[in-house]
Design a protein around this ligand. Structure first.
Ligand code: F0G
Length: 353
């Protein structure tokens, strides 16, 4: 069941909210014992890449689109580093309304671009960064009366609270730490709202420390000032002026958490670690939290034995170029068994060394 059904009583639905549903949410919370052992903690990954458009955005988008339809919207618009646009385009297609998506030209991972085009959105590449595209989208929404489905739309963050609720239900309580990548800063704010709500309702005994991780080249919440020219391999979080900065700051300070940054190199190495020790392929931005945990461990700032949930926000398949840039090529052989056994024995010798 989609989240509008699963969490109907906790979402702002009315009798006239259309039942939009792509079976989003209810994503697996996977134990990651081999990675956790390396870090000396109990580590869990919330596999948001299992959502229908491959990222956490579907949780907020389903509600934003349902409410837009309820209000009689005739078209959707958003700016995006890729995942919001894939999600918006997907729900617009399912609902049968047009969708305009504005992307920073040349800075969106291939899979996300393919998705928005395939779902049939009007895809517009803006020569400028995400922050500029967002400003344009807001202006165009006002001019043309389109429903804006970026996280400035309050229903987006409301829907995204469901991730925190699912975690509390799966674990029986909130974890000690909640580790999450931060770009436009909506998701960390939504998770914090979700955790505090569950505590208030008596559905969780505690709330976690909110640990937000940014890429070093796009870390306005770590440096405390906007970043005019954000740059990082984790294009999903290549954002210099987060819209939800103040909500995110409140989440971190109220929860006793922290913002930290990690380098591109640390992000890519965490991506390989997660894949090779955890069996999970997540996109680069999603690996910023693991990179951060590795770094905190090295600095003796990761308490032994704590329970940590990382939100693996997007599927690794969305960004094949970045992945191929850091792994080897297939071992190509002729079509003989001798060739095959030769490379297998070689690989086995390599693994034994
Ligand atoms: N991880 C992924 C995979 C994302 O796509 C994003 C944001 C984030 C983390 C950060 O979440 O913005 O709520 O702090 N992507 C947006 C987009 C900006 O346009 O797809 P945030």
């Amino acid at each position: 069941m989609g989240i509008l059904v699963r969490y109907a009583s906790l979402l702002p639905l009315t009798a006239s909210t259309p039942p939009v549903n792509l079976e989003e949410g209810s994503t697996p919370l996977a134990a990651l014992p081999r990675v956790g052992e390396r870090l000396g903690i109990e580590l869990w990954g919330k596999l948001e890449g299992c959502n229908p458009s491959g990222s956490f955005k579907d949780r907020g988008m389903v509600l934003a689109v349902a409410k837009a339809l309820e209000d009689g919207a005739k078209a959707l618009i958003c700016a995006s580093t890729g995942n919001t646009s894939a999600s918006a385009a997907s729900y617009a297609a399912a609902a049968g309304i047009p969708c305009f998506v504005l992307l920073p030209a040349g800075k969106v991972a291939l899979g996300k671009l393919a998705q928005a085009l395939m779902y049939g959105a009007t895809v517009i590449a803006v020569r400028g960064n995400f922050d500029k595209a967002l400003e344009l989208a807001r202006q165009a929404a006002a001019e043309r009366g389109c429903a804006m489905v970026n996280s400035v739309n309050p229903y987006r963050l409301w829907g995204q609270r469901t991730g925190a609720w699912e975690i509390c239900e799966a674990l029986g309580d909130a974890p000690d730490w909640h580790a999450i990548p931060v770009g436009n800063a909506g998701n960390i704010s939504a998770y914090w709202a979700g955790y505090t709500e569950y505590k208030r309702l008596g559905r969780a005994a505690k709330t976690p420390r909110m640990m937000g991780f940014q890429a070093e080249g796009a870390a306005p919440l770590v440096t405390g000032k906007p970043c005019p020219a954000p740059e990082t391999v984790a294009t999903a979080i290549r954002i210099g002026s987060p819209v939800s900065a103040s909500l995110a700051r409140a989440a971190v300070s109220e929860s006793g958490g922290e913002f930290n940054s990690v380098t591109d190199e640390e992000i890519l190495s965490a991506q390989r670690l997660l894949a090779s020790l955890g069996g999970i392929f997540a996109e680069p931005a999603s690996c910023a939290p693991l990179a951060g945990l590795v770094k905190l461990k090295a600095q003796n700032r990761l308490p032994e034995g704590i329970k940590v949930v990382m939100v693996l926000t997007g599927n690794g398949l969305k960004d094949p170029d970045t992945a191929m840039g850091q792994v080897g090529r297939p071992l190509e052989i002729g079509d003989s068994l001798d060739d095959l056994l030769g490379v297998m024995d070689n690989a086995a010798r390599g693994a034994a060394r």
